[in-house]
Design a protein around this ligand. Structure first.
Ligand code: DX5
Ligand code: ZN
Length: 222
């Protein structure tokens, strides 16, 4: 079942609760929260205090995508703030197995993220530990970038690996998910679709979430 995860990176932060509510009415089933530290990626966004207030504003799961160095140091604070899913970058974790363990120990669903240049084969050993694999289809840091086409091959390879290993992790894609790409993305096998600009960019999150989700469901034959 394909799901839409609105990314608040492109939302109006002065009206965050309203924006999240509108995206939920449009069919969003989890809220994607981009956490950036200005080191791992060339941008700074938000952290646990905002997650804490989002937690009070919506019942939807909060999917926290950590684009930060030393993520282990902050995992307890995200748990405390009410994060549900936490994903860490393969490229940011010196001891990825331990980081994923730490997320699970704090009662959250662990995910692993790969940058465009990182192959999914590298994840084989830790796939049994994850709730979701997040394929970055742009270089992380900013919303509104162009979808990188070879991400589709990585999604297809993950579908094969999941089958081969008999696992059930979800496949999530982030970056450039929009009307002109969503059909190919869904047909490649992604199920959790993160979208920032396509949902919030025109200032009509309910309408635009609904339209994007409808296109995704059609492409999935749902
Ligand atoms: C980018 C973030 C994304 C971002 C996607 O580094 O991880 O979640 O919001 O934005 P769009 O959907 O605009 O490409
Ligand atoms: Zn993200």
């Amino acid at each position: 079942m394909v799901e839409l995860l609105p990314s608040i990176l492109s939302a109006d932060f002065a009206h965050l609760a309203d924006q999240v509510a509108a995206a939920e009415r449009g069919g969003g089933t989890a809220i994607h929260v981009d956490v950036m530290d200005g080191h791992f990626v060339p941008n700074i966004t938000i952290g646990p205090p905002v997650v804490k207030w989002l937690r009070k504003a919506t019942k939807l799961p909060l999917d926290c995508h950590l684009m930060i160095e030393n993520p282990d140091e902050f995992i307890p604070a995200f748990a405390e703030a009410g994060a549900d899913w936490v994903s860490v970058h393969y490229e940011a974790c010196r001891h990825l197995h331990q980081s994923l363990d730490l997320i699970a120990q704090h009662g959250m669903k662990p995910g692993v993220v790969v940058n465009p240049a990182t192959g999914v084969e590298l994840l084989r050993e830790i796939l049994p530990m994850v709730h979701h694999v997040l394929v970055m289809s742009v270089n992380p840091g900013f919303g509104g970038q162009e979808f990188i086409e070879f991400s589709l091959d990585k999604i297809r390879r993950l579908v094969e690996l999941r089958q081969e290993l008999g696992l059930a992790f979800r496949i999530e894609v982030d970056g450039g998910v929009a009307h002109d790409t969503v059909e190919r993305i869904v047909q490649a096998g992604a199920e959790l679709l993160v979208a920032g600009n396509a949902v919030f960019g025109a200032g009509q999150p309910e309408r635009d979430a609904r339209a994007l989700l409808a296109a995704a469901r059609t492409a999935a034959g749902e």
